[in-house]
Write a protein that binds this ligand. Structure first.
Ligand code: PA5
Length: 444
């Protein structure tokens, strides 16, 4: 089970905070459990690991098996919460080089998460000579980036398999009733999966949004959900024994004491997209009403050679949360070299995990001495169950954190601003006035 180690924080906090924060955490916890706080209509994820639609879950697994049998590639089209979780889990459990590996499962490509023509063209070319399927994911069903990408991949499927053939290769994950994608899917007869009404995009990785692509990549989704359910039971406890309480409380206290940036760090490049997932989760949930920690991420040890300098000696505005995933699967001992030209024979025979462990400890001490408080999140292992626990842990702590800040952790009103401007500048009907105003501003 996940542990939150606060040993390297104590010297930074003057007052004991646990007792003082406890009543507020109790209220936040009750809001999450009862769904009666700000944005309470989006707390379906709280009980989701046990309370999910079993029939739909069976359909997800059946669809994954079908894709595995008839496709060499799956193109997952979605942005933000509609792709980061799946990408994070697949990278973490199957490898960031998953698509390059020899394997029995299809490649998984992620498209529609931006507007770069080259990125889109590349994936179109990669699947051109392959049998492929498409999972288009959008809760609202109206998000521009995935909708644009889907036009291209739908056309590619129809060109290759004809309209009828394409129909059996398109899987739409969207709202149960509303949105352009839902209407299109119903009209065209594509298989659909539901993003439940009470689960927002960034909390949706354990719904069909994440589970279908993750299952296609061969990850044991039963174990992923089992891990989440274990953490859900743990988080049902209203006490500091719950790791999510400890994490939410300490980061709130550090924020109150003047820290404005949280750096999430991991010593495994496979965790990179889980870091991205976490950034969206916390950034969109907390960053509003002029409040919130800025969520940033670093991938160690690579970033010790780029961001390490700033973390050690730059402006003292941050704290670090280090996720420790546990032992690697590979056992690699440094080879002996008779010449010892690089002077590394003192490490000969040492397992790489041991070297990484010393690097982790050395960095922790250096950063703490440099004035950067360090929280350690000890995961239960780089396994589906361990990752399921970690996902739920971060989600629950995020909900608690939002309520401690007195913000709605489940909306994202600020995301609309760029969309309105983009639509106006692109000449979308209904935006004429705004278009004229923006064009005048751009001309200066
Ligand atoms: O957390 C959220 O709700 C957002 O970040 C969405 O996930 C993102 O904007 C994509 O939205 P949609 O799934 O409606 O296309």
């Amino acid at each position: 089970m996940i542990k939150v180690d606060l040993t390297n924080i104590q010297s930074f906090l003057r007052l004991p905070y646990e007792a003082a924060l406890s009543p507020r955490l109790r209220i936040a916890h009750s809001h999450l459990q009862q769904g009666d706080g700000l944005g309470g209509e989006f707390t379906g994820w709280v009980h989701l690991p046990q309370d999910y639609d079993r029939q739909e879950y069976d359909r997800i697994k059946a669809a994954a098996r079908r894709i595995q049998s008839d496709s060499q590639a799956l193109v997952v089209i979605g942005i933000g919460g509609s792709y980061l979780g799946a990408r994070g889990v697949i990278d973490c459990l199957c490898s960031p080089n998953y698509n390059l590996k020899k394997k029995a499962t299809p490649n998984v490509y992620f498209a529609g998460n931006g507007l770069a023509a080259d990125a889109l063209q590349e994936i179109l070319e990669l699947v051109e000579d392959e049998d492929f399927s498409v999972n288009v994911i959008s809760k609202s069903g109206t998000t521009t980036e995935p909708a644009v990408a889907f036009r291209f991949f739908r056309a590619a499927l129809e060109k290759k398999y004809g309209k009828e053939g394409a129909r059996t290769r398109i899987y739409a994950t969207t709202d149960k009733h509303r949105g352009a994608l839902k209407s299109l899917a119903d009209a065209e007869g594509w298989e659909t999966f539901v993003v439940p009404d009470n689960v927002g995009g960034r909390y949706s990785v354990l719904t069909a949004v994440g589970l279908l692509p993750i299952a296609v990549a061969g990850v044991d989704v039963d174990a992923l959900l089992r891990g989440a359910a274990q953490m859900m039971d743990r988080c049902a406890e209203a006490s500091y024994d719950c790791p999510a309480w400890r994490y939410a409380a300490i980061r709130y206290e550090l924020y109150r004491s003047g820290r404005s940036v949280e750096l999430l760090a991991c010593y495994d490049p496979a965790f990179r997209f889980m870091l991205e997932w976490w950034k969206q989760l916390y950034g969109e949930s907390e960053g509003k009403d002029d409040k919130g920690l800025f969520p940033a991420s670093v991938e160690f040890t690579a970033d010790l050679h780029s961001m390490g300098q700033y973390i050690q000696e730059g402006k003292r505005l941050m704290f670090e949360t280090v996720v420790r995933l546990g032992a690697s699967q590979s056992r690699l001992a440094v080879p002996m070299d008779a010449g010892d030209g690089d002077g590394l024979n003192f490490l000969a025979g040492t397992d790489l995990d041991v070297i990484r462990e010393r690097a982790t400890e050395g960095t922790l001490l250096a950063h703490t001495e440099g004035g950067v408080p360090n929280i350690i999140v000890e995961a239960d292992g780089k396994t589906p169950e361990g990752l399921g626990q970690l996902i739920y842990f971060f989600e629950y702590a995020c909900g608690l954190s939002g309520y401690l800040l007195d913000v709605n952790p489940f909306d994202q009103p600020g995301v609309e601003a760029y969309k309105k401007n983009m639509f106006a500048l692109l000449g979308k009907p209904g935006y004429e006035e705004r278009k004229a105003e923006l064009e005048a501003r751009l001309k200066g």
